[in-house]
Design a binder for this molecule. Structure first.
Ligand code: ADP
Ligand code: MG
Length: 236
C-alpha cells in the first residue's frame, strides 16, 4: 500500500479552476520536492490536501485511509502536518507555549517528537523560550511554525517555502533539520524555490504546471530532461 496517494484532484477558488486533476503517489517516507513556477498551484495543492481548500473532485488517501472531505483538524490528527508559507505563531504566547500548543498524542508507528528535540534543532528557540513569539524575527517564527507542526507527530509533513527570506546560514540549518525529519521516517513534501537545494535533498521531484503534475521522477531524471526544465521551470 502507498503511504500517500492523490487521485484526480480538482480545486477551485470561486469560479477559478486551479487544480486540474492532480495524480500523485508517494510510496514510502522520503523527501519529495514539489517544483513549479509561481502560480502553478503548489500552495493550493497543499491547502487542498489539508482540507483548507475543499476539493471539487478526486481523492486523497494516507495509508489507504480516505482524507477527502474531512476537516483540517481531523486531517492533521490523522498524521498530516502543514507548515504554511505564512508564519503562523501565536504572538502573545511565549515560544514554549507556542510549542506546547502543537503537541499531540503519539502514533505507535511514527517517531514521537519532544520539545527538547525542537530546542536541539534550533538552540535559538531555546534561548528565547520565555519570550512572546511576536518578538521573534521572521526566520525564528518560521522555525517555530515548523517545530509546532512536528510536535503533532506527522507521518506526512507538507512544507511550503521554508527558507524564503532566510539568511544562507539559517537556510542550511533548516535543510539539515528537514533531512533529519525524513531520516526518522516522516514523508516530506517540500516546496522550495531554490532549485539547487530542492534537488539536493529530494529523493523524487514533482513538477507542477498550470494545476497539473507534468513530471514525476528522480532529480537525475529531471537533470536529463531539458525539455521539462525549459517548459515548466526556467523563467523565459
Ligand atoms: N485565495 C485565492 N483566491 C483566488 N485565487 C487564488 C487564491 N490563492 C491562489 N490563487 C490563484 O491560484 C493559482 C495558483 O496559486 P498558488 O497555489 O499559490 O501557486 P504557487 O504556490 O505554485 O505559486 C494562481 O493563479 C493564484 O493567483
Ligand atoms: Mg506558493
Amino acid at each position: 500500500m502507498n503511504l500517500f496517494e492523490v487521485k484526480g484532484l480538482h480545486a477551485h477558488y470561486g469560479k477559478s479552476h486551479i487544480l486540474h486533476g492532480v495524480d500523485l503517489v508517494i510510496p514510502r517516507a522520503s523527501i519529495v520536492s514539489l517544483l513549479g513556477r509561481n502560480g502553478s498551484g503548489r500552495s493550493t495543492l497543499m491547502k487542498t490536501i489539508m482540507g483548507l481548500v475543499p476539493p471539487t473532485a478526486g481523492s486523497i488517501a494516507l495509508q489507504g485511509r480516505e482524507l477527502t472531505g474531512q476537516r483540517p483538524h481531523a486531517i492533521c490528527r490523522q498524521g498530516v502536518g502543514y507548515v504554511p508559507e505564512e508564519r503562523l505563531v501565536f504572538p502573545n504566547l511565549t515560544v514554549g507555549e507556542n510549542l506546547a500548543m502543537g503537541v499531540q498524542k503519539a502514533h505507535a508507528d511514527v517517531h514521537s517528537w519532544t520539545v527538547d528535540e525542537m530546542y536541539d534543532y534550533f538552540p535559538r528557540l531555546k534561548e528565547r523560550r520565555d519570550i512572546n513569539a511576536g518578538y521573534l524575527s521572521g526566520g525564528e517564527q518560521q522555525m517555530l511554525t515548523m517545530c509546532r507542526s512536528l510536535l503533532g507527530n506527522p507521518r506526512l509533513l507538507l512544507i511550503d517555502e521554508p527558507t524564503e527570506g532566510l539568511a544562507p546560514k539559517i537556510v542550511e540549518v533548516v535543510m539539515e533539520v528537514i533531512l533529519d525529519i525524513a531520516r526518522r521516517g516522516v514523508a516530506v513534501v517540500l516546496v522550495e524555490q531554490k532549485l539547487t537545494i530542492a534537488l539536493k535533498v529530494a529523493a523524487d521531484v514533482m513538477v507542477m504546471g498550470h494545476g497539473e503534475l507534468v513530471f514525476q521522477g528522480t532529480p537525475d531524471a529531471l537533470a536529463e530532461n531539458p525539455d521539462v526544465r525549459r517548459r515548466w521551470l526556467e523563467v523565459a
